[in-house]
Design a binder for this molecule. Structure first.
Ligand code: SF4
Length: 219
């Protein structure tokens, strides 16, 4: 690889890091305040992010940027055939006086034929047969915060071009599990003790492969 080729690669990575740093300022980690978008990911990974600070690799930033681009395209495409009411929304759900779920969420509300569709769009390289648990948890939080009885998870397969939609009903039991999960995370963060390596225990090795805390976790 020539010096110029290396330089361009490096410049792009630096630019991605800089963009991320700017966005991160509106998304700081603070004990007691947790983000719905991170909820489904490995509990230990979330714990490390809260206690050691966020670490993101350039590869992850490329993946995030791809997801963002897909999201924007979906919003524009729905905008051609329906009315897009919102793409970003601030939500806040109080779990206890000291623990909140809070953040700016990025979802679509498409109004078509008098019905509003709450849509959480995800890009994927493998279309699932049923929606991924972490996405269901996330959508349940949004449905409760925004008072919707149902929502939709839309998968956009960036490899095959397949689009698949799953309808999800609001479910109090699932929300209770979400709250328990957040309390558990808050407990470990408060005690400064790492929880179990959830992704390893559940066989979600793809999550570990991309995890910036892998070395620390398996040490
Ligand atoms: S390496 Fe895997 S189990 Fe460990 S923190 Fe990261 S995602 Fe979780």
């Amino acid at each position: 690889m020539s010096e110029e080729e290396k330089k361009l690669e490096e410049l792009l990575k630096q630019g991605l890091v800089s963009l991320h740093e700017k966005e991160k300022n509106s998304h700081k980690t603070e004990k007691g305040v947790y983000y719905p978008s991170a909820l489904g990911s490995c509990l230990r990974k979330q714990y490390y992010t809260y206690t050691l600070g966020e670490r993101v690799s350039p590869e992850e930033l490329v993946i995030f940027a791809t997801g963002k681009g897909v999201h924007e395209t979906i919003a524009r495409a729905f905008g051609e055939v329906a009315t897009i009411e919102k793409e970003e929304e601030n939500i806040s759900l109080e779990i206890s006086p000291a623990i909140k779920l809070k953040g700016r969420i990025d979802l679509l509300i498409a109004d078509y034929d008098g019905k509003k569709y709450l849509i959480e769009a995800k890009s994927t390289s493998k279309t699932p047969d049923t929606p991924f648990e972490e996405h269901v948890l996330q959508l349940q939080v949004y449905m409760h915060a925004l008072n919707y009885e149902e929502g939709f998870i839309l998968y956009w397969n960036k490899v095959t071009g397949e689009i698949k939609v799953f309808k999800v009903q609001k479910n109090e039991e699932v929300l209770k599990n979400v709250f328990e999960r957040v309390k558990k995370l808050d407990y470990y963060v408060s005690k400064n003790v790492p929880p179990e390596p959830e992704a390893i225990l559940k066989g979600r090795f793809w999550e570990c492969e991309k995890c910036p805390f892998l070395e620390l976790c398996i040490r």
